[in-house]
Design a protein around this ligand. Structure first.
Ligand code: PLP
Length: 492
């Protein structure tokens, strides 16, 4: 297509009104001039060889200091957009290939052909979570830890110590499985606290469990492969499957967790089952021992994998935590996934996968192809935090705090929403589910009143219950009381 070069003569008089800076904008005036002239040159509105008015004249016309214009011209000259001739003003560089001018314009015209790959389109169509509420005064989003209880001073001390004398291995390219001392500390912890049976070699440190889910999908699934997902279930797990082109098959859950026989009847040859056995997300059931054995037997028989997402099992307020399904597995079928997002901070982006021994090499190579490994010092500080007793202390403290916060939420709901919400205490977790009719409308009304809650039905593919997820761990009892009062006003 012909480019708009109406008068390519060096001698023609150009007006640069379109490049006049606007003092009401936040961008510095010189930067505005620079960008406007770049645009005019790249779009072909100023053709090679065009002579520009003098900086003195432009400064006068635009009401800015001459220095501002001179600096912009100098930058454009240094980058090759303009050329200057001593005593003869500035010209649009003749070196610029005329045929390529207007490239920006053409890019916009070519939009039709700028299509994504099939994989890219699947990624772009798959949000990993519900939209973040904006401008809410009280956020009852589930699964967020108490920032007010995090020992920042301890963390800062450990981090400073590591940076003062960092071992060389922390500074270069590290092991794609992760910093070995962190994997050893995790092995000890997972063995004692969760009954997980593994060697440090089987542990892969990831950037949160989301990266672990993505890794599992990439390494174990082909496009079209059916995968059992709990219904209702975790959106991040379903998103990782969809992004990999796999086919989530919803399997209902009840008071004993995943209904394994329904899964086996519906899709006996699934490649993988994704489960949250310790504390089903979002309804909270613990997978019964009978169902655990049934699930392991199905996987053995079908030659399928099981992904155990043990995201918040540390938060159990009464009784002992149920040991991990991984510890019951004698057939090497279970991959165990954990995260520091709940017990420390989501912003750390640290999680871990425990894989059966024969999968280690494949996972190690695939992990290196992602981002190689999380930052070395972050891994080392986390290992120190575990090894020096801070983790145990933090868990004990937050467990007490969260039990109190759950009680505060229940009391506030009973006080302000006695007839509107069916809600009861649970022994574990970081949120409660309050049942009511039409959770989508309730969520919208709450949002308009500045209260962020999450509708249960958003987590379901088929078996839509209606309720609100109310996360209580990140809010103080005072905030919980005020937030529930506001929620009640919005719902009644
Ligand atoms: C079921 C479940 N798994 C895992 C996670 C943690 O995700 P990540 O480790 O990527 O922060 C969450 C957090 O919301 C969750 O609810």
């Amino acid at each position: 297509m012909a480019l708009p070069h109406p008068l390519p003569e060096a001698s023609r008089v150009v007006t640069l009104d379109a490049a006049a800076p606007d003092p009401s904008r936040r961008e510095p005036l010189g930067r505005q001039i620079y960008r406007a002239l770049c645009d005019m040159i790249l779009s072909g509105h100023l053709s090679p060889g065009t002579r520009l008015p003098s900086t003195r004249q432009l400064a006068r016309e635009w009401g800015v200091s001459r220095n501002t214009v001179v600096n912009a011209f100098e930058q454009l000259t240094a980058e090759g957009y303009l050329e200057g001739r001593v005593g003869d003003g500035s010209y649009v560089s003749r070196e610029l290939p005329e045929g390529l001018m207007g490239a920006e314009l053409r890019v916009r015209q070519d939009q039709g052909e700028r299509r994504l790959s099939r994989r890219g389109a699947a990624l772009a169509a798959t949000p990993v979570s519900l939209p973040k509420p904006v401008g809410s005064l009280f956020s009852f989003r589930p699964g967020l830890p108490a920032l007010d209880a995090f020992p920042f001073d301890v963390w800062a001390r450990l981090e400073a110590r590591r940076w003062r004398r960092p071992p060389r291995e922390l500074l270069g390219y590290g092991d794609p499985l992760g910093w070995r001392p962190l994997r050893e500390a995790l092995r000890t912890y997972l063995h004692a606290a969760r009954g997980v049976r593994c060697e440090p070699e089987q542990i892969v440190i990831t950037a949160g469990s989301q990266q672990g889910l993505d890794l599992v999908a990439r390494v174990l699934l082909d496009p079209g492969d059916p995968v059992w997902v709990e219904d209702p279930g975790y959106l991040g797990a379903r998103a990782a499957l969809l992004a990999a082109g796999a086919r989530p098959v919803p399997v209902p859950v009840d008071a004993q967790g995943l209904r394994v026989s329904d899964g086996a009847a519906r899709c006996p040859d699934a490649r993988l089952a994704m489960v949250t056995p310790s504390h089903q997300f979002p309804l909270g059931a613990t997978l019964s021992v009978a169902r655990r054995l049934e699930l392991l037997e199905w996987a053995r028989h079908a030659g399928a994998w099981i992904l155990e997402d043990d995201y918040d099992s540390e938060y159990r307020y009464r009784g002992r935590a149920v040991a991990a399904l991984q510890g019951l597995d004698s057939g090497g079928r279970v991959l165990y996934l954990g995260t520091f997002s709940k017990v420390l901070l989501p912003g750390l982006r640290l999680g871990y996968l425990v894989v059966p021994p024969d999968l280690v090499e494949a996972f190690e190579r695939a992990r290196a192809l992602q981002d190689r490994h999380p930052p070395g010092v972050v891994q080392a500080v986390t290992a120190d935090f575990l090894n020096e007793g801070h983790f145990e202390r933090h868990l004990r403290r937050t467990r007490e705090l969260y039990a109190e916060r759950q009680a505060a939420l229940l009391a506030a709901c009973q006080r302000h929403l006695p007839d509107r919400l069916r809600i009861s205490a649970t022994d574990a977790g970081m949120h409660l589910v309050g049942y009511l009719e039409d959770d989508l409308a309730a969520t919208e009304r709450a949002a308009r009143a500045g209260v962020a809650v999450t509708p249960l039905s958003a987590y379901s593919l088929e078996t839509a219950g209606s309720g609100l997820l109310l996360g209580y761990t990140a809010l103080t009892p005072e905030q919980i009381e005020a937030g529930v009062r506001r929620l009640a006003a919005a719902l009644t």
